[in-house]
Write a new protein. Structure first.
Length: 129
């Protein structure tokens, strides 16, 4: 967790390893078996999310700048994007043909849809399966 979040939002006496504060400290058994992490390259929490994804996947050698899928954990970082890129770019609208984001977002959402269909068909129900 970055220092700005730590000191701006967390009381001094708070246990910073409480999973309700940062899910990276949660017991793996309390989390869903399948998790799809999507981050923006310039999001302040991108690196922390990648650390968690690699930890849950059990492979710390995985790269942040490449999409991967290991042990039920899927990772994708959207290059050139900032936090909130989906909402921000939809607000601009797809009428702006010089804006490449609507097409990239549509591709991302299609990949999420395919992943969700696979997870649900394997387990029959979402979540802890």
């Amino acid at each position: 967790m970055s220092d700005s979040f730590r000191w701006a939002y967390v009381p001094y006496h708070q246990d910073r390893t409480d999973p309700r504060l940062s899910v990276i400290y949660a017991n793996r058994s309390s989390l869903p078996k399948s998790i799809f992490f999507i981050t923006a390259q310039y999001d302040k929490l991108c690196h922390e999310a990648c650390q968690m994804a690699k930890m849950l996947a059990g492979d710390t050698g995985l790269r942040e700048d490449e999409a991967w899928d290991r042990n039920g954990i899927k990772w994708e970082r959207v290059s050139g994007a900032m936090h909130g890129f989906v909402e921000q770019d939809w607000k601009r609208g797809s009428e702006d043909k010089s804006n490449p984001w609507p097409e990239q977002i549509e591709g991302l959402l299609t990949r999420v849809s395919v992943w969700l269909e696979a997870v649900f068909s394997e387990r029959g129900t979402p979540g802890h399966g």
